[in-house]
Design a protein around this ligand. Structure first.
Ligand code: AMP
Length: 216
């Protein structure tokens, strides 16, 4: 069985970080920390932070490093993270990676693996613009590749499915640009640490065995 593992999932938007987090969480008792989910929740609750982030997210731009790093640091300080965690979509800049390092040192935690999901651009755009998410449980579908049994309704919980506003073609293209400009250097940063595990589209069938092997 899985020992305590602290993981980062990194990859372009639409690369499968959320989908594989969901799969992993069915099998392993880990805390899932998605900065995108936390920010969307802040927007839903109309908090000050949510109002500050909303415009940037709509344009596909990054929320300032200090804000997201502060959110993650607060989450990592909670005791349930002792059982291990997946950081999904954070860090997205080298500065965030440095802030994370400091936060981990302060909370007495360390990283085990950085999993990079590598997917060709054309496929990313196709996936993003056809993606549907459940408003209630967060389950992810795709109109083309993984449609729900009943249109607009979540198979799992019956919740309403919707398209994220930042999954429009225009914003999705912008998010990809931001990924290559600002997040690619983070991958190089972790490659140097020897903790990077790259999973490509051809590994996809083997991905579950691969992760299982890595995590046990
Ligand atoms: P995601 O759900 O991970 O695709 O994130 C959706 C949006 O939230 C991104 O396009 C950013 O605007 C914002 N966001 C999420 N995580 C971060 C992060 N680590 N740094 C800055 N902005 C973020």
């Amino acid at each position: 069985m899985l020992k305590q593992k602290n993981l980062i999932f990194v990859g372009a938007p639409g690369a499968g970080k959320g989908t594989f987090s969901a799969w992993l969480l069915e099998h392993y008792d880990l805390v899932h920390i998605s900065t995108g989910d936390i920010l969307r929740d802040e927007i839903r609750r109309d908090t000050e932070l949510g109002r500050a982030a909303s415009g940037l997210m709509k344009e596909g731009k990054l929320v300032p490093d200090e804000i997201v790093a502060g959110m993650v640091k607060a989450r990592l300080a909670q005791p349930d993270c002792d059982k291990g965690f997946i950081l999904d979509g954070f860090p997205r800049t080298v500065h965030q990676a440095e802030l994370l390092e400091a936060a981990l040192a302060e909370t007495g935690r360390k990283l085990d693996r950085v999993v990079l999901f590598q997917v060709p651009d054309e496929m990313l755009l196709q996936r993003l613009t056809a993606r549907l998410s459940c408003r209630k449980c967060g389950e992810i579908y795709n109109r083309l590749f993984l449609p729900p049994r009943q249109e607009g309704v979540c198979d799992k919980c019956g919740g309403e499915l919707f398209q994220r506003p930042d999954d429009s073609l225009e914003t999705a293209k912008n998010r990809l640009r931001v990924f290559y400009e600002q997040t690619q250097p983070v991958i190089d940063y972790y490659a140097r640490s020897g903790k990077l595990l790259t999973i490509t589209e051809t590994d996809r069938e083997r991905i579950q065995q691969l992760l299982n092997r890595e995590l046990n």
